[in-house]
Design a protein around this ligand. Structure first.
Ligand code: SF4
Length: 313
């Protein structure tokens, strides 16, 4: 789909949704009770060093409630807060393809029918937790008037960093999943983290350039942050890791977006951590301020998404 030039210096995902659906569409999160192979010992133990007990969710959910009830409660909250009209059921916590296919189908079906204003699914997972059968199941939820997105936690293209954060998977795992998903024409959003330990500015820009060549439909940009009860929190208190400053992050996000193909929608440029669990950096809670600073930085530079790629050609 062609996108008219954004009033922002980058293509915000909200614009893509508005263009497709003609009204505001919001994601409603739930916790469907999945775990993760990087926690239960099948790939690793302890999880990624930044992942807390919510499984990298943006908010704590009551996973004891059936997902229909979780979705209905969250829809009413979003409707009041944002005057939202239509909703996407978002399987966000932990690894939402890590189960038998029969259970996946039951949960995805339940989410699709939990509320009449749900128009589709967003499913977040690890690249090493999909196969052809699971992807075919996910592809079956594709509707011309609906919404479907598979969100992959790639984080970085550098295997040495993936080792450092105890990811227990490789960039080759991501590329394999990406190719299988693209073959079924399932829209994708790829998550990346800026400020990972040991990564230079050039390393992060290399990640952006690889994404530009792959051209997923969307990208979510996170800042590495320490949540309570995580190995990263311990590293922070032992002074073995320090988060980026607000100014450094704003500059880095702009650099990253300049290296991203302009057709890739930006779903998010601030962190995802839920307020109660965030240890550092606390400035991450000032989301609107960070968004405004990014807009101002682009204005000051006079650049837009993809400008650094044009210079490379
Ligand atoms: S793969 Fe995802 S859910 Fe699993 S430990 Fe890492 S961040 Fe947490």
């Amino acid at each position: 789909m062609e996108h008219p030039e954004s009033p922002k210096a980058y293509l915000p995902y909200s614009q893509v949704l508005k263009q497709k659906f003609g009204h505001k569409v919001y994601k409603v999160t739930m916790d469907a009770g999945f775990t993760c192979p990087n926690r239960d010992g099948s790939k690793g133990v302890g999880g990624c060093t930044f992942c807390d007990e919510t499984g990298s969710s943006s908010r704590a959910q009551n996973k004891k409630d059936p997902i229909t009830l979780q979705l209905q409660k969250n829809i009413e909250i979003m409707r009041k807060r944002f005057k939202a009209e239509k909703f996407v059921a978002y399987f966000q916590s932990y690894t939402n393809t890590y189960s038998r296919i029969e259970r996946l189908k039951r949960l995805y079906d339940e989410a699709m029918t939990a509320h009449p204003d749900i128009i589709g699914l967003s499913i977040s997972t690890r690249p090493d937790c999909v196969d052809e059968d699971k992807l075919a199941l996910i592809a079956s939820y594709k509707r011309s008037e609906g919404y479907l997105c598979l969100e992959y936690g790639m984080q970085t293209i550098h295997d040495r960093t993936l080792n450092l954060i105890n990811r227990c998977e490789t960039h080759a795992d991501f590329l394999k999943a990406f190719d299988m998903t693209r073959a079924l024409e399932i829209p994708m959003c790829v998550h990346v983290i800026l400020g990972l330990p040991g990564e230079s500015h050039a390393d992060m820009m290399a990640t952006a350039e690889v994404l530009s060549s792959l051209k997923p439909e969307g990208v979510k940009i996170h800042l590495l942050c320490a949540m309570k009860h995580t190995p990263l929190e311990q590293m922070y208190y032992r002074n073995e890791w320090q988060p980026l400053t607000q100014e450094a992050y704003v500059g880095l996000v702009c650099d990253f977006i300049e290296h991203l193909d302009p057709a890739i929608a930006i779903h998010r440029i601030t962190g995802n951590g839920h307020r109660e669990g965030l240890v550092a950096p606390r400035w991450l809670m000032k989301k609107h301020e960070v968004l405004n600073q990014v807009d101002r930085e682009f204005l000051k530079r006079g650049t837009r998404q993809g400008d650094a790629l044009r210079q490379l050609v």
